[in-house]
Design a protein around this ligand. Structure first.
Ligand SMILES: [Fe+2]
Length: 306
């Protein structure tokens, strides 16, 4: 309860979260956020706000032994987000909006259905692709539904947000052109500028043998390293996971469709079976407080049976 309050939630928010089945499972307690705390003297940040990260929706996934509520889980998460009294400024989807398919028509149908459901979110929404959306056609279908920008930046209340695409190239790279674009963008930023990066895959080599890496992600980290205040939020691994490269924190969010075994817990990457004793175990979303004089702080919120 105290964590909730610290992270900017009102009691009303908490009650609403509980009502829709949310429960806090993990909150930032400085690891990964210390860099941001150090940087707030820059004066560029001008307002407190919060935003939500939703990841790995995998619309079209239909394995009931892993998630029997595969048609309802996203709507459940959206209902939880919409019920927040402390409204987020925006929602960011960090890729794998849809589950992969070899059929281009089915891919487009899934993207369309996903977009329709996401339109029920009552705050602005931003998107980026995951490899399930974009790797088989280099993002062609994704761009038809979500616009041509596969990587982009935006500024919000003093924070510079950078969205990186490490999925539309099937080689799991950012590529030289995007790295050059990133370098050019960062050249225009001051060292104290707070930066938040969104990616799908981790930029660091978490577990390359499980495809939990970006082959040239180290180059992006090197470009970001001169900035005092950088935090990366990503998806892909379907686990809440937290890691530091120097002063830069990297935070993976849970999936809202199915959990995957944490690296090292099983010999092979494995989707975890539905636990009737703990429905929606391992599935959830994330809220992030940012701006103002405080460091961005995240709280991972599990979906549970209400
Ligand atoms: Fe995924």
């Amino acid at each position: 309860m105290n964590d909730i309050t610290e992270h900017g939630y009102s009691r009303r928010d908490f009650v609403k979260l509980a009502a829709v089945g949310g429960g806090v499972v993990f909150a930032s307690a400085l690891p990964g956020c210390a860099g941001i705390q150090q940087s707030t003297s820059g004066g560029a940040v001008n307002a407190d706000f919060n935003f939500v990260q939703l990841s790995d929706i995998h619309w079209g996934y239909n394995n009931a032994s892993v998630n029997p509520d595969f048609t309802g889980t996203l709507l459940k998460a959206i209902a939880a987000v919409n019920s927040l009294a402390n409204k987020p400024d925006f929602v960011m989807f960090t890729g794998d909006l849809t589950h992969t398919t070899d059929d281009p028509k089915v891919r487009r149908m899934r993207l369309k259905e996903f977009r329709e459901m996401a339109s029920g979110i009552n705050v602005p929404v931003r998107y980026m692709p995951g490899e399930h959306d974009a790797a088989l056609d280099r993002g062609e279908a994704y761009q038809e539904f979500f616009g041509s920008a596969m990587h982009y930046t935006f500024d919000h209340k003093g924070i510079h947000f950078i969205v990186l695409d490490n999925t539309s190239d099937p080689a799991a790279i950012l590529g030289d052109a995007q790295l050059q674009w990133l370098k050019t963008d960062l050249t225009a930023q001051k060292p104290e500028q707070p930066i938040v990066v969104f990616t799908h895959r981790p930029l660091f080599a978490l577990a390359p043998q499980w495809d939990w890496a970006t082959r040239d992600g180290g180059q992006a980290i090197n470009l970001l390293m001169p900035f005092k205040n950088v935090t990366v939020f990503y998806g892909h691994i379907h686990n809440a996971h937290h890691h530091m490269t120097g002063h830069i924190g990297h935070h993976a969010a849970m999936s809202t469709m199915f959990p995957i075994s944490p690296f090292g817990s099983m010999e092979k990457k494995t989707q975890l079976l539905w636990n009737a004793e703990k429905p929606y175990d391992g599935m959830g979303w994330r809220s992030i407080d940012a701006g103002g004089a405080a460091a961005p702080k995240w709280v991972d919120i599990a979906l549970t049976k209400s």
